[in-house]
Design a protein around this ligand. Structure first.
Ligand code: LLP
Length: 431
């Protein structure tokens, strides 16, 4: 399979948004993260359009920037009218430095430090999504000391775990994130929040998992959360005005993946929300979601140069590339599947049962196993598809490997958005 924007040219090279990968590699070297800007922007537009047309006025999608955090992505999100979700002081700092509007930033995390909370409050961040009682107390203290009224959300465990195709509806208490509904801790948190004069509870938030292909768990989450909003009203007389159901829509990594189109995921969610509110006399809340992978995942391609070929007779063939777990840890960490192609040629004898290995000093440093490649030769460019989410953002300097550069390609043009790290960058904090 090829992701949108990718095609082979008559010279047998892979082209990304009209750019020949051989030219890109000549200019920027490898490993190289290549992002398709048109695809990122069109995904954003599909989310913002559907949400503005189908939900209450204050509704908007937030890009989950843990999937990809750098100055340029926040600039793009700002231009596309998105909100963003951040989970650390570092992501927040990057968003602010990019000029992202503070009131459209939602701050998540199960252990935000006092410093991070103070930093967020000083900068007027839109919502702090509070994860636990310790944070609730700390936040109120900081807000009181600074004489601020802070809008907050509460992270709720709706009892739906959709990490697999078969999802579980209850018994998800054992998670480090949020307050469970089923044992009463969520209601207790609501009541405590309401006693705090410097906190204004506006939002309930949940996130049921990632790389989800089925609309049903999202619809069920909406019902559970609206049911809880109704319970809160019955017990306290207050209506929660914002519902945020997090991220989770899947991306296509291989032919086996069948993610829903953005509209096919949102339409049943919208129907569920409208019907449930109507049937239960609940005033419709503003609606938020936090897609990460489904916005940037398929927009990313990583280019490597093929190095050593090691054919171990009757065992397997290792083909090593000039990157690996330092720039894409997802196979080592999750056995995540990827499509890998030879970007230098698309005709010739196909070699099967290949293991793509990285260059780290670690046996588990593999990019993929059991794949086929068209006539791989030393010096060829290999492309790993769908690397736009959770690749650069999870990259490390293991073995003192420098992080790759990232470029944006758009309408036959390309531009650098993250410089390749230098050896000097590696030692700049060493004393
Ligand atoms: N909102 C919250 C609160 C989240 O925890 C996440 C992801 C998202 C939104 C975005 O979810 P998405 O739309 O991207 O599925 N490192 C893993 C993924 C971890 C996702 C964690 N939370 C991976 O590489 O697959």
């Amino acid at each position: 399979m090829l992701t949108p924007g990718l095609e082979f040219g008559t010279n047998e090279h892979l082209f990304i948004e009209g750019c020949d990968v051989a030219e890109l590699v000549k200019e920027y070297s490898t490993p190289l993260y290549v992002m398709n800007e048109n695809l990122i922007r069109s995904n954003c537009k599909r989310y913002t359009k559907f949400i503005s047309e189908n939900f209450k006025d204050g509704s908007f999608p937030c890009f989950a920037s843990k999937a990809l955090s750098c100055l340029e992505i926040y600039r793009i999100m700002k231009e596309e009218g998105m909100g963003v979700d951040v989970v650390s002081g570092g992501e927040l700092y990057t968003a602010l430095k990019a000029g992202f509007p503070a009131d459209r930033i939602f701050f998540h995390g199960n252990n935000k430090t006092s410093d991070e909370l103070e930093f967020a409050l000083k900068n007027g961040i839109g919502r702090i999504i509070v994860d636990n009682l310790t944070e609730l107390h700390t936040l109120n203290k900081i807000a009181t000391e600074n004489n601020l009224k802070v809008k907050i959300g509460l992270r709720i465990k709706p009892g739906i775990d959709a990490h697999t195709h078969d999802y579980i509806r209850t018994g998800q208490i054992d998670s480090k994130f949020g307050f469970a509904i089923e044992n009463g801790e969520a209601m207790e948190a609501v009541k405590i929040a309401l006693t705090y004069n410097n906190l204004v509870l506006t939002q309930l938030h949940c996130h049921i998992g990632s790389q989800i292909f089925d609309k049903t768990p999202f619809c069920d989450a909406v019902k559970v959360m609206l049911g809880f909003i109704s319970d809160i009203h019955n017990e306290t007389g207050m209506w929660i005005s914002e519902l945020n159901i997090g991220g989770g829509l899947g991306a296509k990594y291989t032919d086996a993946d069948t993610p829903l189109e953005i509209e096919d995921y949102l339409a049943p969610v919208a129907d569920t929300l409208h019907n449930f509110c109507k049937e239960n006399n609940i005033p419709e809340p503003d609606f938020h979601i936090e897609p990460g992978r489904s916005i940037v995942g398929e927009a990313g391609t990583t280019l490597y140069t093929l190095g050593a070929i090691k054919d171990i007779k009757d065992v397997r063939t290792y083909i090593s590339v000039d990157g690996g777990m330092a720039d894409n840890i997802r196979y080592a960490l999750y056995n995540a599947e990827y499509t890998v192609i030879n970007a230098s040629r698309n005709t010739g004898k196909v070699m099967d049962n290949i293991t793509i290995a990285g260059k780290c000093c670690e046996s588990g440093d593999l990019i993929q196993e059991g794949i086929s490649l068209v006539n791989p030769q030393v010096g060829d460019i290999l492309a790993v598809l769908t690397t736009g989410a959770y690749n650069y953002s999870m990259a490390s300097n293991y073995n003192r490997i420098t992080k790759p550069a990232m470029i944006m390609v758009k309408d036959n043009t390309h531009r650098l958005v993250i410089k390749r790290e230098s050896y000097d960058d590696l030692i700049k904090n060493d004393i």
